[in-house]
Design a protein around this ligand. Structure first.
Ligand SMILES: [Zn+2]
Length: 268
């Protein structure tokens, strides 16, 4: 227990106030879809929303530690902009209901009936990285910068936490998505090398169509080959599932657009 003479009075009051909130029971309301961000609660201290089966795609830069704000300020600034803005705009175009930027990572959340759309978004971003982003930076400053990409799906709790308003600013609060998918998508992504997308088995279970599971046949004598490799994670204790699936391909330069459109339609 913190004593009266241990810390400043005003700070003890903050801690006591939050301990008081913690003692009260939480009220949790189940909703089926990710709400509009303005409708995510902040007012009542113990009120949360619970949303089942939310899908999270997480991306961040591989080798961003090579970039320096000191030595290469101009290219570093340009690279962050190109990576982050393109990711956010692609996920927005694929109708993600919630997107956030965390450091040099970006995560986008989707509802459970958007599973194929999420894959189309991730493969589109992957294609951008491999066809445009990485080669351009390699040519300009000779660094190989790629993207980690991971996807998971499970129940989340959400509300806004932080200071409601601070001199008109809202930067001291944010939506908190408690639960597995954001964490697990980030951890899956951290296992990937450049050119790889790793997804949990519980997200992969959405897929049954050949459009998602097999190639278009280009580059393999017209044969439609399996696109996904099963990865055993049973030895990794940071995951709450034992299997993941790895995809290395990007959109085919001949059939990509057509496949993207057909894959999105599978959500209907
Ligand atoms: Zn093709």
């Amino acid at each position: 227990m913190i004593s009266e003479t241990q810390i400043l009075k005003s700070l003890k009051e903050i801690i006591d106030d939050e301990l008081g909130n913690y003692k009260n029971k939480r009220s949790i309301t189940v909703v089926n879809r990710i709400p509009d961000t303005t409708k995510i609660p902040i007012e009542k201290p113990n009120y949360w929303l619970k949303i089942p089966d939310v899908i999270c795609v997480f991306v961040d830069m591989i080798n961003s530690t090579l970039l320096s704000a000191n030595k290469h300020d101009n290219s570093t600034a340009g690279i962050y902009r190109l990576f982050t803005s393109t990711a956010v705009r692609i996920f927005d175009e694929f109708e993600s209901p919630y997107i956030d930027v965390k450091g040099d990572g970006i995560f986008a959340l989707f509802n459970s009936d958007q599973a194929h759309r999420v894959l189309a978004a991730a493969v589109t971003f992957k294609t951008f990285i491999e066809e445009e982003f990485t080669p351009r930076i390699k040519k300009e400053i000779d660094f190989t910068i790629g993207a980690h990409i991971g996807i998971d799906q499970k129940t989340v709790l959400v509300r806004k936490l932080g200071l409601k308003r601070y001199e008109g600013r809202t930067d001291r609060q944010n939506e908190v998505w408690a639960g597995k998918p954001v964490n697990m998508a980030a951890k899956l992504s951290s296992l990937t090398n450049a050119g790889e997308l790793l997804v949990s088995d519980r997200y992969f279970d959405n897929f049954s169509s050949e459009l998602v599971l097999k190639s278009c046949g280009c580059g393999s004598d017209g044969k439609k080959i399996d696109l996904w490799n099963e990865i055993d994670l049973s030895e990794e204790d940071k995951f709450d599932f034992d299997k993941a699936y790895l995809l290395k391909t990007r959109w085919c330069s001949i059939h990509g657009k057509e496949y993207c459109e057909k894959i999105i339609e599978l959500d209907d």
